[in-house]
Design a protein around this ligand. Structure first.
Ligand SMILES: [Zn+2]
Length: 291
């Protein structure tokens, strides 16, 4: 196929990259869409332990920033739902802040951590997993999950039903306008596909279905009546644990890891001034939220 219909604006997206899966780009809204599928075998080439060391500090710091904003928008007693809780770190940060949040997660890989920390995780897929709350949730959050979902219109219709009248939808995701995506596209042009394959997570059981930018994410949500309340960037790289992250990515040799690490350290000033790779958006249902 050289064309598919853009899931955000309906225009005809053209074939842009041929990787393990095809990637299409919309000429109007700039959304990148892949024809990847979800691999229910749950086998990925990820080294969990190594990844944990590298990411934990960074994720916790980002979650603290999200909580600060959420507290400004919704002070008082709130109940939330996280879709795709993974390791459970968001739920853990909520717990530390006295925020009640339920998680939905298809994988049981982190069940031990969830149980040990007393986190409320339901194992299954949203919306199949029934987590209806009579008055609706005060917030629903996606942390690095929204870009993995194929049927986005269907998803947002369900979210709208599950959110309270003044509920807030929080989406934390990587941006196609960011430094890493742009660099990966350049590397792909030079014949190195692995960087772009990696960003799309095509070798993982749950690859990215879409790669958004600020504009097309807002168009998508506006289509369903959601209005952006706030958005800000998050840190995408913690340089103190960079080596572990690179090591976790695949079977890269020690030598290559050293070269990549020093290369990225040299690039640090460039990365810090480039457009952010990860951004978090707060959307209000139907109307702008009160400040
Ligand atoms: Zn489009």
């Amino acid at each position: 196929m050289d064309h598919i219909q853009c899931p955000v604006c309906g225009s005809s997206s053209k074939l842009k990259f041929t990787l393990k899966f095809n990637v299409y780009k919309c000429p109007d809204c700039g959304l990148y869409t892949s024809d990847a599928g979800f691999d229910f075998s749950f086998k990925s080439d990820l080294e969990l332990a190594s990844r944990e060391v590298g990411l934990k500090k960074l994720r916790f710091a980002n979650f603290e920033k999200i909580i600060t904003k959420l507290r400004q928008i919704k002070p008082g007693k709130i109940t939330g739902l996280e879709i795709g809780s993974g390791n459970g770190w968001w739920l853990k940060v909520c717990q530390e802040h006295g925020i009640n949040c339920i998680g939905i997660e298809p994988e049981k890989a982190h069940e031990g951590y969830h149980t040990a920390n007393g986190l409320d995780v339901r194992y299954g897929f949203y919306p199949d997993m029934n987590v209806k709350k009579e008055s609706g949730y005060d917030f629903i959050i996606f942390n690095d999950v929204f870009e993995h979902i194929k049927e986005i219109d269907e998803l947002i219709i369900n979210l709208k039903q599950d959110l309270a009248e003044n509920g807030v939808l929080i989406i934390n995701l990587p941006m196609s306008s960011g430094f890493f995506y742009r660099t990966a596209m350049l590397m792909n042009k030079l014949g190195f596909k692995s960087f772009l394959e990696r960003l799309w997570q095509f070798n993982f059981h749950s690859p990215h279905m879409n790669y958004f930018n600020q504009k097309n994410l807002e168009i998508l949500l506006r289509k369903h009546g959601f209005i952006k309340q706030a958005d800000h960037e998050l840190d995408s790289l913690d340089f103190s644990t960079l080596k572990e992250r690179i090591k976790a990515d695949s079977g890269i040799s020690k030598f290559k890891t050293a070269v990549l690490t020093s290369g990225l350290l040299l690039l640090k000033p460039v990365i810090l001034t480039a457009k952010p790779d990860i951004r978090v958006f707060f959307f209000g249902k139907n109307k702008p939220l009160a400040d």
